[in-house]
Design a protein around this ligand. Sequence first.
Ligand SMILES: NC(=O)C1=CN([C@@H]2O[C@H](COP(=O)(O)OP(=O)(O)OC[C@H]3O[C@@H](n4cnc5c(N)ncnc54)[C@H](O)[C@@H]3O)[C@@H](O)[C@H]2O)[C@H](O)CC1
Ligand SMILES: [K+]
Length: 480
Amino acid sequence: MLTGSEMGVIDENAAALGVPRKQLMESSGHAVARAVRSLADPGNRVTIVAGRGNNGGDALVTARFLDDYDLRVLLLGRPNAISTSISRENWEALQSAEYPTETVKDSTAFDLGTPDIVVDAMLGTGIAGDLREPEATAAAAMNESDATVLSVDVPSGLDAETGRLADNAVDADHVVTFHDTKPGLPDLEVPVTVADIGIPDAAELFVERGDLTRLERDPASHKGDNGEVLVVGGGPYTGAPALSAQAALRAGADLVRVACPEVVAREIQSYSENLILRPFDGDHLAPPHVDSLAELAAEHDTLIVGPGLGDADATLEAVADLLSGFEGTAVVDADALSVVPDIETDAELVCTPHQGELRGMGGETSEDWRERADLVESFASEVGQTLLVKGPYDVVSDGERTRVGRTGNPGMTVGGTGDVLAGVTGALACIQDPIDAAAIAAYAVGTVGDRVVDDRGYGLVATDLLDEIPSVLWQREAET
Ligand SMILES: NC(=O)C1=CN([C@@H]2O[C@H](COP(=O)(O)OP(=O)(O)OC[C@H]3O[C@@H](n4cnc5c(N)ncnc54)[C@H](O)[C@@H]3O)[C@@H](O)[C@H]2O)[C@H](O)CC1
Ligand SMILES: [K+]
């Protein structure tokens, strides 16, 4: 089952892999024509009712596969209101080839006639709310007619995000949906054909630019709505927590605080005025700090534990105590990773080991990325947490879903890039599911590294990555 927005992600990933949406539309339209053939014989009257979006575009393709039928193609609205270039190209192809097309300027001009089959291609995954005019009048006419109604993707009026069926939705007799079934379709109790439209498995496995479309920033949001992150780090090292915290800010978090030993707080602050420090006494994290840190952590959307903490016994004991009592989402990195297999916790953890750290946690790895993906998936399921295993191909898995990020380059083996990745993951985990946060972070940080190396060559340092994070995450160019 895939929601409309999940289909949008996959379909843009397919485009990133070289299979553009227009090609998918051709397959979709062909699949609808095959369904028409299974429902009616050549010579029968088929009326296509197309909306102005890509759902309509699918059926404009269908028309070209039905030359041996008695065909009418109705476009709801004016041709210049067609909202996507690929639908417009398919409309123009029908004009050039002199197909019997008509445009319906408003609802009073709509006349369905008496076809044998109606192809309902008014609205698909782009719908919001009940049907407006002229779609509402057209739906009522379809529902009254004796024709067999074949809906494209979903009956117009079914919201493929929530499965809600509008009161004035089309009452379909048959549905052809694409790639996978959609929410609400099983409840309709009509035959549903799931058509393979040639989306490669890789569009679901690999993290690509379509995954960035998951990111949204509400224009009406207030300080804090886009995430508050607490980094618990520092002591033996000071750069690591500062990198994670700055990366979290660059990834879009509103407020990022760093809890660190008092003796290094001034130094960490001196790296950036954007950081808010919450020092605790001493020169390293230890069990007496845990109670107050737990209270502080509970006031944040996500916790990042590990960067620069070191591996002193007292520190690892404190990390284990902190994570055991925590109930929110935490990114666990660096030395803190070693405690994960030994603790019981209600927290949702995103662990970000490189392959050596993964072995240290008891996980297995392999040179072959496909084998590694399987091994990471089963280890994630064993640990019951999300893993982001870094490597030339990053593998992200929660034990059920597994994603692979292919961005990045050998320049990123330099120290500090992992701290940046932990920071981006922590920020995104404020607004996304752990697996999506980890997948997007892996893809984005690798892309950032690729841009820096393209620009300047090898010899990048972790701070080079920070400034490029916003443009990769938030300035995407979507295909329409
Ligand atoms: N995702 C894929 O892999 C593919 C999907 N295809 C088809 O494309 C549609 C989705 O197309 P989209 O252009 O995004 O949206 P729609 O055509 O469903 O509708 C957009 C259109 O509708 C208007 N609108 C929104 N709500 C209402 C309403 N309540 N009443 C009236 N009009 C409304 C809105 O303003 C827009 O103009 C998907 O379902 C598939 O059929 C392609 O085949 C490619 C592969
Ligand atoms: K439809």
